[in-house]
Design a binder for this molecule. Structure first.
Ligand SMILES: NC(=O)c1ccc[n+]([C@@H]2O[C@H](COP(=O)([O-])OP(=O)(O)OC[C@H]3O[C@@H](n4cnc5c(N)ncnc54)[C@H](OP(=O)(O)O)[C@@H]3O)[C@@H](O)[C@H]2O)c1
Length: 233
């Protein structure tokens, strides 16, 4: 199991869920300090099946090296979950500068593309590749337009790759509403949690269900998704 972005708020729930399910979990991070912090945060959950290390996976070359090493050392890539990148806000589209554009659109889209092109051809037949986006992929958020545009590009990436693959491999799009994570100060009981997203991702990996768009905009949708994916196992 490969989780680029696994150190983040959403990623944490997935890392915990896959470790609890007995998977070998590979989590690259761009920062050694973040690796230490994340290992401390996980505590005893960070067992010998967690492979957490500093590696720049954000370029085509970096993603390629990561996946090739994973195949060499662990024998293959069964599943990938990509909760890469966070939130950006504060400017209307005509106010952004090139740094905003490169960071919030180009860099994130590049990382997703780099991971997909490195991992998908090596993904095992029964494996699942899950792209994570927010509902801003479909609903414009004033002042956060770069996020909406980048997430919309990822949603289309899912549709394109699904059309190109047919039934050859399973690619999911997990569309999230606001998520309760370790970074969330107030929690609304209706919010989907990072633990629930992890549980849905594990169920998708374990199932033989074809890849699809799964809406996890709130807790109820996450519970329903778990039942529908679980029922198809
Ligand atoms: N949190 C929410 O409420 C929410 C709601 C809807 C959708 N989502 C989606 O879920 C995904 C993950 O969100 P999150 O809240 O978990 O974000 P996060 O806490 O910021 O974590 C994202 C992770 O992505 C990695 N990353 C790689 N390149 C990055 C870049 N250029 N900028 C920022 N991070 C980068 C980072 O890992 P390293 O630094 O370790 O490399 C980071 O830990 C995103 O696609 C987001 O749109 C989140």
């Amino acid at each position: 199991m490969l989780i680029p972005g696994g150190t983040g708020g959403v990623g944490e729930g997935a890392v915990r869920a896959y470790l609890a399910a007995g998977a070998q979990v590979v989590v690259p991070t761009r920062s050694q300090e973040r690796a230490h912090q994340f290992r401390d945060l996980l505590g005893t959950a960070a067992n010998e099946r967690l492979h957490l290390f500093e590696h720049d996976y954000t370029s085509f070359e970096g993603a390629e090296k990561l996946v090739a090493t994973m195949v060499e050392r662990l024998g293959g890539v069964d599943d990938v979950l990509a909760p890469i990148g966070g939130w950006w806000y504060g400017k209307r589209l005509w106010e952004i500068d090139e740094t905003d554009w490169q960071g919030a659109f180009v860099a994130l889209a590049t990382t997703h593309m780099a991971m997909l092109r490195a991992a998908l051809p090596r993904l095992t037949q029964q494996g699942a590749y899950s792209i994570v986006v927010g509902e801003s992929a479909h609903s414009p958020v004033p002042g956060s337009g770069l996020v909406s545009m980048e997430q919309a590009a990822l949603a289309m990436m899912h549709r394109v790759v699904a059309a190109e693959l047919g039934n050859a491999k399973r690619v999911f799009l997990l569309e999230l509403g606001p998520v309760a994570t370790r970074f969330t100060e107030t929690t609304d009981p209706a919010q989907v949690t990072s633990a629930q997203i992890g549980a849905v991702a594990v169920a998708a990996s374990a199932s033989t269900q074809p890849g699809r768009h799964v809406r996890l905009l709130n807790r109820t949708q996450a519970e329903d998704a778990l039942v529908s994916i679980g029922a198809a196992q």
